[in-house]
Design a protein around this ligand. Structure first.
Ligand code: 5GP
Length: 112
């Protein structure tokens, strides 16, 4: 069971901001911006490079949901960043696909 499956199952507490049949969104335990939320599919996809054609609708749902949460968090107009870390060089630490929603401050480009 992945760490995020345990959060989805309420075995580990989290500050949940949104849930539907397909995904859960909760605040990152170590926020890198004033708004830092993880949008996680309930069905485990380890990482985006291992997603399957059958996952396409779910992947779109995660992005759509992240946009809706950006609105509800009040950062849609000021701007925000969505990040998906994939593999070691990408900075992935939890092998359960998740979209980082970061906002509430200006973001540097390129990322470090
Ligand atoms: P990754 O590095 O895989 O892209 O992102 C994993 C994220 O999960 C990190 O930003 C990390 O702070 C967050 N994280 C790790 N453990 C927990 C936890 O127990 N609860 C919450 N809410 N976030 C976590």
């Amino acid at each position: 069971m992945t760490l995020f499956q345990k959060i989805i199952a309420r075995e580990i507490p989290a500050d949940i901001v949104f849930e539907d049949d397909l995904c859960l969104a909760f605040r990152d335990i170590s926020p890198k911006a004033p708004v830092h939320i993880l949008v996680v599919p309930k069905r485990v996809i380890p990482r985006v490079a291992e997603s399957l054609p059958a996952d396409m609708e779910l992947l779109g749902h995660l992005l759509f949901t992240a946009g809706q949460i950006a609105r509800s968090e009040g950062v849609a107009d000021s701007g925000f960043r969505l990040v998906i870390n994939n593999g070691p060089d990408g900075g992935e630490t939890v092998p359960h696909l998740h979209v980082h929603l970061l906002g509430g401050r200006p973001m540097a480009w390129p990322p470090g």
